[in-house]
Write a protein that binds this ligand. Structure first.
Ligand SMILES: *Cc1c(COP(=O)(O)O)cnc(C)c1O
Length: 356
């Protein structure tokens, strides 16, 4: 791998670090950030790490008007031995470029992006919090910066990486959540942008979230955009069901975001010889399985929560209680194994971890 040279300008006034016990999600930011610029004539240029600061962008910048932007989310974990681990960062960088391709944003050199993440995290390593379950969230993103109100791909971009120390997702251990099946709004349709991690998908999901949150649910379960029949994802997590001993997750069909956690869960299940299948699943099939007493577990997967067991699923007038609203054995084992690998407490049989 070629070493890129990333210019470094260090902060002269380090910020005070937050108390790890009081961390939430995405509210505090570290001392430095990475920036890479793009211009149609020059390509991507001027990779640099600078003090964390506001950026100056023209109000006509295309991102503000037409939403040409993509992002990623991954984490750095502190081990008991004081090392900093990244979990499969190359998967996130590869997905960033797939999102870029969908949004007409030029591809970024994946080696440079990985090196940028590593160098930035290493520089701000003292911000990786040391309390169980906490981590340093890494947010790479691209924005279209050309000042132009015509609808076309921008000729200028910025690729930026910022870091945010985040608290434990489960403060009192892994716990089941209440989910509402969304029958009115949809997240994505085939041919749309559901496969890309792009801002508009999240802006358009806020309404459904707002409504179900007021009813006491923590997330929505999205159905397909055409028939509202097949299960897609839950909130910003992929979703798995255990029915009669077999684990089922919706196949990647063009409107589902391909999670790194989803991929890791499938690999682990196969390694354990647990039957796992990717296919279309109708919500009615889940309902019927529940009625027959065969819906054993349901859980979401994503970088933030890792595994989020679903204890209650509301669909039309039906309330499905799953596994007596308790965390199931497979959910627990997946959670313990994945977090064990991430924090360096368990053998990393798949070579998923990159140590800084
Ligand atoms: C990011 C995301 C996921 C989960 O992806 P991970 O790589 O596992 O964090 C799932 N669905 C949506 C819509 C997402 O944005």
């Amino acid at each position: 791998m070629t070493e890129h040279s990333i210019a470094l300008s260090k902060t002269t006034s380090k910020k005070e670090k937050p108390n790890p016990a009081e961390l939430t999600f995405g509210e505090k930011f570290t001392d430095h950030m990475f920036i890479l610029d793009y211009d149609q004539d020059k390509g991507w240029y001027d990779p640099r790490i600078v003090p964390y600061q506001p950026i100056s962008v023209d109000p006509a910048a295309m991102v503000y008007h037409y939403g040409q932007t993509v992002f990623e989310g991954l984490k750095a974990y502190l081990t008991d031995g004081g090392d900093v681990n990244l979990f499969r960062p190359e998967k996130n960088i590869n997905r960033l470029n797939r999102s870029n391709a969908r949004m007409c944003i030029p591809a970024i050199d994946e080696n440079l992006a990985l090196q940028a993440i590593k160098q930035l995290v290493a520089l701000d390593a003292e911000w990786v919090p040391n309390l169980s379950g906490t981590s340093l969230y890494i947010r790479p993103f691209v924005i279209a910066t050309e000042p132009y109100l015509g609808i076309a791909p921008s000729k200028q971009y910025k690729f930026i990486i910022i870091l945010s120390p985040v608290g434990a997702y489960y403060k009192e251990g892994i716990n089941p959540v209440k989910i509402a099946v969304e029958n009115e709004y949809v997240r994505a349709v085939k041919g749309g942008t559901g496969e890309a991690k792009t801002a508009g998908n999240y802006a358009s999901s806020l309404k459904a979230h707002e409504i179900v949150e007021a009813q006491g649910f923590s997330q929505v379960l999205w159905l397909d955009g055409l028939e509202k029949k097949y299960i897609e994802e839950v909130g910003s997590m992929n979703v798995f069901f255990k029915i009669d001993g077999e684990i089922i997750t919706p196949a990647l069909n063009g409107s589902i975001l391909e999670g790194v956690t989803r991929n890791s869960v499938i690999q682990l299940l196969k390694y354990w010889n647990v039957p796992v299948i990717e296919r279309a699943i109708a919500m009615d099939e889940i309902y019927q399985a529940h009625r027959a007493g065969k819906l054993e577990e349901a859980f979401g997967t994503g970088t933030a929560a890792v595994i989020s067991p679903i204890g209650t699923l509301a669909w039309n007038k039906e309330i499905l209680e799953i596994n007596n609203n308790k965390t199931g054995d497979i959910s627990k084992k997946l959670y313990d194994t994945l977090t064990g690998i991430q924090y360096g407490k368990q053998e990393d049989v798949f070579d998923w971890v990159i140590q800084l």
